[in-house]
Design a protein around this ligand. Sequence first.
Ligand code: ADP
Ligand code: MG
Length: 458
Amino acid sequence: MNELWAGVRSELEARVGTHNFATWIAPLDLRAIEGGSADIACPTRFLSDWVSRHYARPILDALSNQGAEVERLNFTIATGARPAPGTAAASPAPAPEQPAARVPARGIMGDDEMSAPLDSRFTFDNFIVGKPNELAHAAARRVAEGGPVTFNPLFLYGGVGLGKTHLMHAIARERQARDPEARVLYLSAEQFMYRFVRALRERTVMNFKELFRTVDLLMVDDVQFIAGKDSTQEEFFHTFNALVDQGKQIVISADRAPGEIKDMEERIRSRLSCGLIVDLHPTDYELRLSILQSKTELFRATYPGLTLCDGVLEFLAHRITSNVRVLEGALQRLFAFASLTGHDIDLDMTQESLADILRASDRKVSVEEIQRKVAEHYNIRLSDLVGPKRVRTLARPRQIAMYLAKQMTSRSLPEIGRRFGGRDHTTIMHGVRKIEELRREDRSMAEDIDLLRRALEM
Ligand code: ADP
Ligand code: MG
């Protein structure tokens, strides 16, 4: 059984990548195979739910590649399963509570107690879940439930306006609602620094330390801010360790992965990496549309009697791809304009009143994206698309990709040439001209190119 599982594990590691492997597969243990069903022990319900939804197929495949006849996976929650890195099972038992050291329980701490105010709109109910944020949402929910700490810290990262702060507020609110006694502290890294510096100045560092070390759930938003701020980093590190040692949950957000935060001390970086790291991916069209639909419901209540024409939300979801905050701002402006002018919200009005936003968020496509899309479309390998082979079946798609790169990006011909396996700029120019010519002559080629362009603009 052990040998079989070892084989399965190494196969899965190659298939899902080291990071996913460490997070999802390493904690699992194969216990038995009986009647076509594999019994797999898993340390938490959260983990087993996620694994059975996202990794069942690869696990079944790997089992069968290793010669086991298995059709189903059966997960059991077992404390004896391998602890995931950084989980409660791997850290020392929580220290006993010391009531004397506790600041009186008052729920989410007031400003005097250093927590930042929570935005009442940032709840789980108002958070729209789609593929790009599915895992972040599930992990946030899990933390909000409280109970034994399963991963510490939860590290959420992603670009601006993708919902990190929203999720953190939602966690704080939900956790507090479930357990009014729990001490929940949410603040930005900037506020953390500001309070720390003030404590130094006012010689109240002991109070500062005590406060931060008696919380049950600490959430620090935008932690990249303290990179390079040495004494604050240091204090943060000690706070962090003290809480982890007590088995208290920590949630951190940043605009990039821990390993990519410059000027962050190595030991802090590695501490931050030992829990669950989840990224909020850029939104996709479907998620943007769902968010717009849900926000529209809210705006309708504020601005009753306005007409929103068909196609407007779809248009916005196509065109504003930068971030959710901009998307919301656009919708807000549309409703405000419409209520002032009495005009229906139609496409003309949308284009006119949002001209600046639309211009700013004109999607920037990269040469690499174009190459990937074109290769996919013509069903050829990316390496062949940029490679040296000259056969027609490769050369034509390659020229189309060159053409689109020239049209859709601001890269120069030599720059494009470099991205096409180091070709000369004259080769690129030749390719672009060729396609311009063919476009005029060949209708189906023109349609193909438009299709690709639209797919890339999405
Ligand atoms: P970040 O902290 O990642 O920069 P925020 O959490 O401040 O982003 O989100 C920016 C805005 O977009 C907020 O108003 C938030 O409510 C909204 N938002 C982001 N993601 C979603 C989502 N999935 N569903 C609903 N609203 C969202
Ligand atoms: Mg934020």
